[in-house]
Design a protein around this ligand. Structure first.
Ligand code: GRF
Length: 196
């Protein structure tokens, strides 16, 4: 069995896409061992509970120091012994001790075609606002390995999505999710599970 831990901060639609593909056996021999959230309020935790997946919130402000938070996060991840850690809308910088221990075992979904519109400050709606402000006609999503930089790790897969006339950042965000993110993130997990 290929064990994954999914890390989230928000709504968890990407988490849901992974759950659905596992349940329909499109990603065989794979299970989500746990969902770890940076916030107690993330709806993604409810999605985990609805699917009998253990959910944990490791919240930065609960810890006195960054070191204590980093160690708590690493200990929580270690508990589930993951073959792969999937960042699915996780908005906290992954601590170096986690990246060092899980080199080439952490992937992230980013809602643009890297190297465009990525790096510091490019998250959530800000990405799509910048795409529209630049007048791009094509955008998309990227799944990449996570290294010490922000969105700098090796690219695993990408999918392009057309920008359409009249798009708002919200409309474009939704289309990028539907046409790219929810497809390529489960695909990347399947590929990596087969390569185990
Ligand atoms: C997605 O756009 C993802 O690419 C980005 O954060 C968003 C998460 O959405 N990193 P959700 O929580 O999976 O619905």
């Amino acid at each position: 069995m290929f064990n994954i831990v999914v890390m989230v901060s928000g709504g968890g639609t990407n988490l849901q896409a992974i759950i659905d593909r596992i349940n329909s056996n499109e990603i065989p021999n794979t299970r989500i061992a746990a969902v770890i959230s940076s916030s107690r309020k993330a709806y993604a935790l409810e999605r985990a509970a609805n699917n009998n997946i253990p959910g944990e919130a490791i919240v930065k402000k609960d810890y006195e120091s960054k070191e204590q938070f980093d160690e708590a996060l690493l200990a929580t991840i270690d508990k589930y012994n993951p073959d792969l850690i999937v960042l699915a809308g996780y908005l906290v910088i992954v601590p170096e001790i986690v990246i060092k221990k899980y080199t080439n075992k952490i992937i992230n979904i980013h809602p643009s075609l890297i190297p465009s519109f990525c790096g510091d400050g490019f998250y959530g709606l800000k990405v799509h606002e910048a795409v529209l402000a630049r007048g791009c006609k094509v955008t998309g999503a990227t799944v990449h390995f996570v290294d010490e930089g922000t969105d700098t790790g090796p690219i695993i897969t990408q999918k392009a999505v057309y920008v359409q006339e009249g798009d708002t950042p919200e409309i474009l965000q939704r289309r990028v999710m539907e046409e790219a993110e929810w497809i390529i993130l489960p695909e990347a997990i399947k590929k990596l599970s087969e390569a185990k």
